[in-house]
Design a protein around this ligand. Structure first.
Ligand code: ZN
Ligand code: ZN
Length: 180
């Protein structure tokens, strides 16, 4: 059995959860060893899974699911039904498609995960775009549901700017950067 990239991506969540047949696992391992792209997909997916699986707290930003469920439905024939499976599938898809439109979840997050020793203090990448409410004290991943409890005007700006203005990271949507 020879696995190709597409097969690997489709089965990546099952693979990580140890739910593929020994035969398929061997084929996937053989492919991933020789394929840089799939190695990156596997690493990135594992990183995200690891961060979010710590306490199985899975919070998808608002507006996230409709858009991505559609995309996933088009490109992945049988994503698993659980939120956890979804998360893995979405993470894999974001990596696979090279489309990091998924705010707070794509390349800045992954870059931060990879280089988390480089930044002392606050772990939020300074160039990451975040949202603030002008009457709030915290900054958020755009679309965070805790942001929209505020009445004030919502502004999009770089994390470094928000920090300079005295805002602190939201512990819900930015928690992945804070547990260091
Ligand atoms: Zn591949
Ligand atoms: Zn938030």
């Amino acid at each position: 059995m020879v696995a190709n990239c597409e097969q690997v991506w489709q089965e990546i969540s099952n693979y990580i959860e140890g739910e593929v047949s020994p035969e398929l696992r061997a084929a996937m391992e053989a492919h991933i060893r020789d394929c840089q792209r799939c190695t990156a997909v596997l690493d990135g997916t594992r990183n995200i899974v690891h961060v979010y699986a710590d306490d199985r707290l899975i919070e998808l930003p608002a507006g996230f699911s409709a858009r991505w469920q559609r995309k996933l439905a088009e490109s992945m024939p049988s994503p698993r039904g659980t939120a956890f499976g979804w998360l893995i599938a979405v993470a894999a898809l974001a990596l696979v498609s090279g489309s990091f439109a998924l705010t707070g979840f794509g390349s800045p997050a992954l870059t931060a995960l990879r280089s988390h020793h480089a930044e002392p203090g606050i772990g939020v990448p300074p160039e990451m775009m975040v949202e603030i409410a002008t009457d709030g004290k915290t900054f958020h991943v755009p679309g965070c549901k805790y942001l929209h409890k505020h009445e004030g005007e919502v502004r999009l700006l770089a994390a470094s700017e928000a920090i300079r203005e005295g805002y602190v990271p939201c512990v819900r949507c930015l928690r992945q950067y804070l547990n260091r």
